[in-house]
Design a protein around this ligand. Structure first.
Ligand SMILES: Cc1cc2nc3c(=O)[nH]c(=O)nc-3n(C[C@H](O)[C@H](O)[C@H](O)COP(=O)(O)OP(=O)(O)OC[C@H]3O[C@@H](n4cnc5c(N)ncnc54)[C@H](O)[C@@H]3O)c2cc1C
Length: 519
């Protein structure tokens, strides 16, 4: 009798067992759909390309990363607190090196639909003299050049939204009002705590890897790195005027608009409310603006279309943590004079992509974390270290100073860059991200100092000029110049500066003037 039922019992047991496995699988695949009433979501099944990654923040870095991981077949869930078009003035110039990274990520189309302007180099102005620094683009396809546009954040987010299914994209805030935003177990990060924007519900999301890209003002970075943020202030590219006391930048952000950024140094920032700021811009800055741009500049001030933008710098100092990674400005920031943020961010994503590609299963958090430690080195050399150091060094050299040695250094740098050939090509190559080599950076830096000292001492060295020459070398630091690798902050040159960026928006007249300058 028992023999009669045995096959049936075995078959039924196998079916129940299979159903249980299936049921468990469904629970693991439950999505993070907002409004599904669930307070706990699990993103990823185990193993294979289905393995999930949570990305916090869909700015430049988060969007490009999500797009790239999605293309590689991973299940990606993006949590972004604000999907509306942000009104901000950061990330508006992408160097050719950054454009090449967009190409590598398959995201080059995203600059086609935003009225981005082609940028082929910089014009540098000092004391009414000017010099041109042209990106070395000869060896590249004609499409490769710099691009300037309004709000870099949109360039990749637009493509991302188009490419991802809506179940993977959530307008929610991670860690809003909650200091325990990362879910940790035995030293590994297993997911995040987030809130719907209406704030009524707190939820949890789980995945084997969480990548935090919540930008310069990151609230989430503190457990994943040691942030040493320096709030100094400044801007980006295209036309750089080495004014006194301010460095002034102009660049087009569309076919009808030009952005102007003015560095306002010092501890005491002129007050906007009392009109001090507009007075400062009119009386101190405007006379140094090229004639073609003068009237539109004044017009923009009269319209009151300016605002301040904080600019931050932060060396990458990660705490390698199983299950989590920092990326973008949340991880590393540099002075924005050279506009290198997006280029470094996109380059980091390419490095990370290449590291993650051979690893289909991200579940072994501890070994993955060990493996990803190489990311911190690979990203640095050559791209991040070169762009970061250059940003710091150029800002330091280009700022006006009452110190004679520093003024001579500024003049020497301008003269050096004015010499056509290897002297100007080398630095612009570095800046463009096309040839990021720390040794080349050091070589040019040394050459500028030697050039500056040589100018002072020829034809006959006077005592005064010898003294200024010594000050010139000291201004840059003997150790920093000749033994850079012995300086702990070699790759993270930052220091406290206290200025402010004022951005001025203006209309088509200014653009018309700018075209003359850009050629
Ligand atoms: C004045 C200035 C000018 C600059 N100019 C240039 C330039 O010309 N060229 C250049 O390459 N770089 C420039 N940069 C740097 C560049 O803007 C950044 O490197 C780049 O935007 C970094 O991208 P990100 O994705 O890390 O951060 P972001 O682009 O800031 O994105 C962060 C995202 O995270 C979201 N977020 C934040 N917190 C949460 C949370 N708790 N939950 C969910 N989502 C969250 C935000 O809403 C945002 O969408 C400039 C910077 C400054 C300050």
């Amino acid at each position: 009798m028992a023999d009669q039922f045995l096959p049936g019992i075995v078959t039924a047991s196998i079916m129940v067992f299979l159903l249980l496995i299936r049921f468990r699988g469904c629970r693991q695949k439950a999505h993070l759909a907002p409004g599904n009433g669930s307070s706990r979501s699990i993103l990823a099944g185990k193993g294979g390309t289905g393995t999930g990654v949570i990305i916090v923040g869909a700015g430049v870095a988060g969007s490009a990363l999500a797009y790239m991981l999605g293309k590689d077949g991973r299940r990606v869930h993006v949590i972004e607190r604000d999907l509306s078009e942000p009104d901000r003035i950061v990330g508006e110039i992408l160097h050719p090196g950054g454009y090449l990274k967009l190409l590598e990520l398959g995201l080059e189309d995203c600059v086609d639909e935003i009225d981005a302007q082609r940028v082929v180099g910089y014009a540098l102005f000092k004391d009414r003299k000017s010099t041109r620094l042209t990106y070395p683009l000869e060896k590249h396809h004609e499409d490769v050049a710099g691009r300037s546009f309004r709000n870099g954040l949109n360039i990749v987010r637009v493509s991302l939204l188009r490419s991802m299914d809506h179940e993977s994209f959530f307008q929610c805030s991670v860690g809003a009002g909650n200091s325990h935003f990362l879910i940790e177990k035995n030293g590994s990060i297993e997911g995040v705590v987030y809130k719907t924007n209406s704030g009524e519900e707190q939820r949890e999301a789980y995945a084997p890897l969480t990548i935090v890209c919540d930008g310069a003002f990151s609230n989430l970075r503190r457990t994943l790195c040691s942030p040493k943020i320096v709030s100094f202030h400044f801007p980006t590219t295209a036309h750089i005027i080495l004014g006194d006391p301010s460095i002034i930048l102009f660049y087009p952000i569309s076919s009808t608009e030009v952005r102007c950024l003015v560095d306002v140094p010092g501890n005491k920032i002129p007050s906007v409310a009392t009109g001090e700021m507009s007075n400062f811009l009119k009386t101190t800055v405007a006379p140094q603006v090229p004639t073609e741009l003068h009237d539109p500049f004044i017009e923009a001030i009269d319209k009151g279309s300016f605002r301040s933008v904080p600019n931050k710098s932060m060396p990458a100092a990660p705490h390698p943590t199983p299950g989590a990674l920092l990326l973008g400005d949340a991880f590393n920031m540099r002075h924005s004079l050279t506009g290198g943020g997006m280029t470094v961010g996109l380059s980091d994503i390419v490095v990370l992509r290449d590291l993650l590609r051979p690893i289909p299963d991200l579940h072994h958090a501890a070994s993955l974390c060990k493996y990803l430690e190489s990311f911190y080195t690979l990203r640095k050399v050559p791209m991040a270290s070169t762009i970061n150091t250059l940003a710091y060094a150029l800002y330091k050299i280009f700022r006006a100073s009452s110190d004679r040695g520093r003024s001579e250094m500024r003049q020497a740098c301008f003269d050096y860059l004015s010499i056509v050939g290897v002297y100007s090509n080398g630095p612009i190559r570095l800046l463009s991200g096309l040839n990021p080599r720390p040794m080349s950076l050091m070589a040019h830096f040394l050459a500028i100092v030697i050039y500056g000292v040589g100018q002072l001492l020829l034809p006959f060295p006077s005592l005064e000029n010898l003294w200024i020459g010594a000050r010139l070398i000291c201004a840059e630091g003997i150790r920093q110049m000749f033994f850079p690798a012995t300086v702990p902050a070699y790759y993270r040159g930052v220091r406290k500066l206290n200025d402010l960026v004022y951005a001025l928006n203006s209309g088509s007249r200014l653009y018309a003037s700018a075209v003359l300058l850009m050629g």
